[in-house]
Design a protein around this ligand. Structure first.
Ligand code: MC0
Length: 146
């Protein structure tokens, strides 16, 4: 069951400048940063609020680490902006299976590693009315489930 907006992914050319914009304009502080080489991104997570399921919602600022990454290709075509939306679930495997059976393309056979040790998968934007959609099970939920 999808229980929250886990994050909104925003593609940017310069992570440090974009982080500074969100800090100076809205007062949002960086909660976590990391490089995910598999996904080809350097990212900053800005926590916006806690959620009723015990999780949280974030803005995820994404700078590509290589031009041929998903974010690198998207930036070259579209410029900066909202890249994807991510829903939180305690069971990314089960929800991905359910959604796949509804005819939506799930991009990974098995969830991969996302921010802060989460497990993630993506749904094809062409099957989701133009929105690249991610499913996320946070690391704490993963540990509790297994
Ligand atoms: C591509 N398209 C999008 C899109 N990216 N539409 C909406 N939102 C996006 N973000 C559209 C293109 O405009 C194009 O439409 C069609 O999809 C095919 O795109 P493409 O440029 O030819 O690129 P592909 O097919 O090579 O790749 C698209 C695909 C890819 C969605 C499969 O980006 C992908 O695998 N994404 C999942 C991984 C990802 O995005 N990682 C970065 C975030 P037209 O009409 O022109 O044909 S990593 C992350 O977020 C992690 C770290 C985390 O949350 O923890």
């Amino acid at each position: 069951m999808l229980t929250r907006i886990d994050h909104i992914g925003i593609a940017c050319f310069d992570l440090d400048k974009t982080v500074e914009f969100y800090r100076a304009t809205y007062g949002f502080e960086v909660f976590h940063t990391e490089v995910n080489e598999e996904q080809g991104v350097r990212e900053a997570m800005l926590k916006i609020n806690e959620t009723s399921d015990g999780g949280a919602s974030y803005l995820q600022l994404l700078e590509p680490t290589r031009e041929d990454s998903a974010v690198g290709k998207w930036l070259a075509k579209n410029g900066e902006g909202v890249h994807h939306i991510a829903f939180g679930t305690a069971d990314v495997d089960g929800d991905a299976d359910d959604i796949r059976q509804k005819g939506v393309r799930v991009l990974y056979d098995q969830p991969r590693t996302g921010s802060m040790g989460s497990r993630i998968t993506f749904l094809h934007p062409k099957d989701c009315h133009g929105v690249l959609t991610e499913l996320v099970t946070a690391a704490e939920a993963t540990a509790a489930d297994h």
